[in-house]
Design a protein around this ligand. Structure first.
Ligand code: IMP
Length: 179
């Protein structure tokens, strides 16, 4: 895994290989298996980016668990409040459930900071976040990640579900932008 790739106009180099991803996802799964014995958590996967992480994580769970998928749509507010994020496809009953949000990456934290209060209105019993990647240097909102794969520098990454302008999601490991 030493080759450079080009996606659209940008060049990327390998950053996290499949073994590293597998190792951390196995660790996260074992933490969740330990923390959710007899709890039957509901995983809410945020599309598109988290689909590959969620799939590999879910296969490693040996507890009873449910999964559903949502998309977050951003709308420009008519007022100066800026973007409002709305969940599309959230049809599961969250009341009194142990909910785990599955995200590909927490970057600025803006998406989750707007979305989590919406979920809280449904009164889940508990609400936790599992994210594969986190860029602490980019974080602008107070987001606590409960299950985290990797802390990474503030550089654009792609692969393993993450895209650059629609491409790169099918790559089985993570690449980093050459700047
Ligand atoms: P946030 O709201 O700034 O935390 O960003 C959340 C979303 O932005 C993630 O779920 C990704 O879809 C996207 N994103 C953030 N950083 C990257 C990156 O380095 N590569 C690809 N997508 C990213």
């Amino acid at each position: 895994m030493t080759h450079q790739i080009q996606v659209h106009d940008k060049k990327f180099v390998p950053y996290l290989n499949t073994e590293q991803l597998n190792e951390q996802i196995t660790r996260i799964a074992s933490e969740i298996n330990r923390d959710y014995v007899d709890k039957k958590p509901l995983f809410i996967v945020i599309l598109n980016g988290a689909f590959m992480f969620a799939s590999d994580l879910f296969k490693k769970l040996d507890i009873e668990a449910e999964i559903c998928f949502i998309k977050l749509a951003s709308y420009k507010g008519v007022k100066s409040t800026g973007k409002v994020i709305t969940a599309i496809g959230l049809d599961a009953e969250l009341y009194d459930r142990d909910v785990i949000i599955v995200e590909d990456i927490v970057d600025t934290g803006k998406t989750l900071s707007q979305f989590l209060p919406q979920l809280s209105h449904h009164h889940p019993k508990s609400l936790k976040i599992a994210a594969l990647l986190h860029k602490p240097e980019a974080l602008q909102y107070d987001i606590k990640i409960d299950y985290l794969g990797f802390v990474i520098p503030n550089k654009f990454v792609l692969g393993y579900g993450l895209d650059y302008d629609g491409l790169g999601r099918n790559i089985d490991c993570i690449y980093q932008l050459i700047e």
